[in-house]
Design a protein around this ligand. Structure first.
Ligand code: KIV
Length: 406
């Protein structure tokens, strides 16, 4: 829809299909808003809403769009298929064409449905998963380690036999899996044809150092890993999804799974806007990592996903919350009026947010004279001296009894 659009600018990105990494610092952004995000309680979207969101994700420059879980319902299969046909065959303005991905458990029925839905895209991907932690294998799958390895290997091979060349495999609950066992499963699926290995911290259990170490250990100990892309998928149960994702990227992951506004199961997923802006803002400390995201679309994407999913963004949410670029206290306002960099590390323009008031100043009981004067000037009143003192006193009397406003 028109209200969500912003202008595309050119970004260059390496060729990434099949999975060779030509630019060592390039981090692919895998967006799962339409799959894991849609799994948030109450976030179901219509097929048209999913399609419109996928178009915007493509403009945003997302490398891989996980469009849904086709085996979950005929409607979802149709939604993924139409995204594959329309978005997966129409290059964005910058010329890039996103990979369209469908999720499948490690069984033939799911893989058939996923392949049937995504195969219409020029760059189709099947993403298949099976749990590898003791707690999941024992209580949920009721399968032994040997059975899990066999199923994983056979199902990756099955996806390949259908003609799918881009296959992602996830050992679900990797964050709580035995490391030696994990290396073994990963080696087997690489041999069977997996091209991306995604490492999910399914229950958001790990701490950043721990998750970074896990990625680094997998990189060191898994035979054949140099031929595939390592990916992260961090849930936010302890509020650490973004930190864990960045730790994974520093340790060598070159695909990061995220959702717009961080929506997803329970406490959600690593949020696209936080991960992308952290990589952009702290590029040097992150050793030159970069993404192909056109950040000017972030604000529009956030608005669209909030509207379609019905999940409002909390005001203090990093990057896209209503208060992320607002300043109420007098000290901060004074700093902002002198130089924006005093209290803003990102320019709102960078995410496509055009503030009605340039400085983001919100008047409230903590505001000072400087801010009030600037607001009056903005409204066309040139007031100073005794008159300003008088207005400031009356403003403070009212502000103490009211909520802030801009
Ligand atoms: O959280 C998880 O483990 C997942 C996988 C399917 C990647 O969503």
């Amino acid at each position: 829809p028109r209200s969500f659009t912003a202008r595309c600018s050119l970004v260059s990105r390496p060729e990434y299909f099949p999975s060779h990494i030509s630019d060592p610092g390039y981090v692919r952004i895998f967006d799962t808003t339409l799959r894991d995000g849609e799994q948030s309680p109450g976030a179901t979207m219509t097929s048209n809403e999913k399609l419109a969101t996928a178009h915007l994700l493509s403009c945003l420059g997302v490398d891989i769009i996980e469009a849904g879980f086709p085996a979950s319902s005929p409607d979802d299969l149709e939604a993924v298929r139409s995204i594959a046909i329309e978005v997966g065959n129409k290059p964005a303005e910058d010329g890039h064409l996103p990979v369209i991905c469908g999720l499948a458990r490690c069984n033939k029925k799911d893989i058939d449905a996923a392949w049937e839905a995504v195969r219409h895209a020029r760059r189709p991907r099947v993403h298949t998963f099976i749990a590898t932690s003791e707690i999941h294998m024992h209580h949920k799958l009721r399968k032994s380690r040997e059975e899990v390895v066999r199923i994983a290997r056979e199902m990756v091979g099955y996806a390949k036999s259908l003609g799918c060349q881009d296959i992602e495999f996830s050992p679900e609950d990797a964050g709580r899996s035995d490391h030696e066992f994990l290396y073994h499963v990963l080696e087997e699926v690489i041999k069977a044809g997996a091209t991306t290995l995604n490492i999910p911290d399914t229950v958001g259990y790990t701490l950043p150092d721990e998750f970074g170490q896990l990625i680094s250990d997998i990189k060191t100990n898994t035979k054949g890993i140099e031929n595939v892309v390592i990916s992260t998928h961090c849930q936010n149960d302890l509020g650490l999804a973004t930190a864990n994702t960045l730790a994974g990227a520093r340790a060598g992951a070159r695909q990061l799974e995220v959702t717009v506004n961080g929506i997803g199961e329970r406490a959600g997923n690593a949020s696209l806007e936080e991960v992308v802006m952290a990589i952009r803002c702290r590029n040097q400390i992150l050793e030159g990592l970069h993404t192909g995201i056109n950040t000017k679309y972030i604000h529009s994407a956030s608005k669209m996903v909030a509207e379609y999913s019905g999940l409002n963004v909390q005001p203090h949410k990093a990057i896209v919350g209503a208060n992320a670029f607002a300043h109420e206290s007098g000290i901060h306002q004074d700093g902002m009026l002198k130089f924006k960099g005093t209290y803003e590390i990102i320019s709102p323009d960078d995410i496509g947010l055009f503030r009605s008031n340039e400085s983001g100043i919100v008047l409230g009981k903590l505001s000072g004279r400087h801010a009030l004067k600037s607001k009056l000037t903005e409204l066309g009143y040139d007031i100073s001296g005794k008159e300003l003192d008088d207005i400031f006193k009356r403003f403070k009397d009212i502000a103490e009894k009211k909520k802030a406003c801009n």
